[in-house]
Structure formats: structure tokens, C-alpha cells
Ligand binder design. Structure first.
Ligand code: NDP
Length: 247
């Protein structure tokens, strides 16, 4: 197997399902050795590892909630111990609890902030301490972090706006080590979190120019490019991949 990430070591948070699983598989297909984290989905994570191994790649799954600092530190250390170092870190874990803001409980607000912002801080902090010069930090924001047309996503959109500024700001601190930091902003992507069927999907589809949901593999293709040596001069960028939603 040979690809644009040959010899690279990658860690993807929330890699057991959806966009994270597609990213893990694509990075592995490009030659990277990949560690994925998950919280509850042990079997799903094992199946991603098995798919990668069947295709000739190398992968491990680590249980580490992004909101748990000790678990993230241990997870990064396990990835580095297993594969030797860390070149690519993808903060993909995230969640949404769609409902009108006025009806959202304090617990729900805390959960969205905890995973999407605090978890991103914690997981990236742990990864950066172990990252090689010339590394890649990629965070998964959302097109709603820049412009939101969908009611029911107030806290989620606000957290993804924070993801955007996190990536832009961090890029200023690590550029002298050749490390790039970029924010990938998907539009509606068919996953467990946002299935392409049902009432909630219809307005999101209508808001795209292409009149369809995107696929996790389409997001993974952009992540693989940004992770590659060819993308060395892209940093602090917000790369929107949303079927024209924000056009
Ligand atoms: P899914 O809910 O389908 O998958 C989430 C993944 O993250 C699972 O592997 C899950 O593992 C893991 N995960 C959840 N919580 C945690 C946690 N606290 N710590 C570690 N891992 C966790 O989500 P998507 O694939 O749809 O979304 C992935 C990212 O893309 C998110 O950041 C989301 O906001 C963003 N995004 C998604 C869009 C969409 O339309 N789908 C659009 C724009 C952005 P487990 O099952 O073990 O909990």
C-alpha cells in the first residue's frame, strides 16, 4: 500500500461511527497508522479497526471520552507508544441536541459545551504535547459555525463558532513548528447524529445548492488532503464543505 500519508501516525477522536470512522478509514487507506477514540461504542470501534486491518492498514481503538483529561492524556500516550509518534490529530468528536433554545435545559447546554468546546481543548492539548514538528491539527467544526439557517441549533452553532476561532488562534501559536491548524466545516452529512431521512432533514437538504446530504467519505477526502504534505501552506483556514449551504 502506498499513499500520501505513508509513515504518518494519526489520532481521530470519535472514530467509531459517522464522519470520524470515515476519516479513520481514509487516513489509513492513504498509508497512515491510525488510533481512534470512542466512549460507548466498543464494538463499532473494533469494527472500524478490523475494516482497516482487512484493507492492509494498522489501527487501534482507545476508549477515551474527550471531556476526560486523564483519559485523553493516556489515549495519546497509548497511540504514541503503539505507533512511535503523532503527526496528525483530528478532533472530530462532537454532538448536537436540536431543540428550541428556550426549551433547552441547563444539563443539555452543559453537555454540548462540554463535548464540543471543553473536550476539543482537552483532547487537542494532550495531542499537541506529543506532536511532531510539521504536524497537522484538524478540527471538525460545522457550516453553522459561520452562518445558521436552521432553528433549533443555537447552542450547537455557538460551539462551532468557538471551534472556528480556536483553530484560527491556535494556528498562530504553532506555525513556527510547521504545524498547521485547520477547521473543516461540513454541511448536512448522513450519520446517526443527522440522518438524511425524516422531518429535520428536509429543510437542511433544501438549504443546499446540490439538493442532497453529503457523505462522510466526502468529508474524509478533504481531511486526508489537509493532513497531507501537499497542504503544508494551508493553516488557520475554515474549509467549508456543505453542498453550497452557506453560498
Ligand atoms: P455521530 O454521532 O454519528 O458520531 C459521533 C462519534 O463521536 C462516535 O464515534 C462517538 O462514539 C464519538 N463520541 C461522541 N461523544 C464522544 C466523546 N465525548 N468523546 C469521544 N468520542 C465521542 O456524529 P457525526 O459523525 O455526525 O459528527 C462528527 C463530527 O462532525 C461532530 O463534531 C459534528 O458536530 C460534526 N458535524 C456533523 C455534521 C452532520 O451533519 N453529521 C455536520 C457538521 C458537523 P461513541 O458511540 O462511542 O460515543
Amino acid at each position: 500500500m502506498s499513499g500520501k500519508l505513508d509513515g504518518k501516525i494519526a489520532l481521530v477522536t470519535g472514530g467509531s461511527r459517522g464522519i470520524g470512522a470515515a476519516i479513520a478509514k481514509r487516513l489509513a487507506a492513504e498509508g497512515a497508522k491510525v488510533a481512534i477514540t470512542y466512549t460507548n461504542g466498543k464494538d463499532a470501534a473494533a469494527s472500524v479497526v478490523s475494516d482497516i486491518e482487512k484493507a492492509g492498514g494498522k489501527a487501534i481503538a482507545i476508549q477515551a471520552d474527550v471531556t476526560d483529561a486523564e483519559a485523553n492524556k493516556a489515549g495519546v500516550e497509548q497511540a504514541v507508544k503503539t505507533f512511535g509518534r503523532l503527526d496528525v490529530f483530528v478532533n472530530n468528536a462532537g454532538t448536537a441536541i436540536p431543540k428550541p433554545f428556550e426549551e433547552t435545559t441547563l444539563e443539555e447546554l452543559d453537555r454540548v459545551i462540554d463535548i464540543n468546546i471543553r473536550g476539543m481543548f482537552i483532547a487537542t492539548h494532550a495531542a499537541l504535547k506529543n506532536m511532531n514538528d510539521g504536524g497537522r491539527i484538524i478540527v471538525i467544526g460545522s457550516c453553522v459555525g459561520e452562518r445558521n439557517m436552521t432553528p433549533g441549533l443555537v447552542p450547537y452553532a455557538a460551539t462551532k463558532g468557538a471551534v472556528k476561532m480556536f483553530a484560527q488562534s491556535l494556528s498562530r501559536e504553532v506555525g513556527d513548528r510547521g504545524i498547521t491548524v485547520n477547521n473543516i466545516q461540513p454541511g448536512p452529512i448522513d450519520t446517526d447524529l443527522n440522518p438524511a431521512s425524516g422531518d429535520w432533514a428536509a429543510p437542511q437538504t433544501a438549504n443546499t445548492s446540490l439538493k442532497r446530504y453529503g457523505t462522510a467519505t466526502e468529508i474524509a477526502a478533504l481531511v486526508a488532503f489537509v493532513a497531507s504534505p501537499e497542504a503544508a501552506y494551508i493553516t488557520g483556514a475554515n474549509l467549508t464543505i456543505d453542498g453550497g449551504t452557506n453560498a
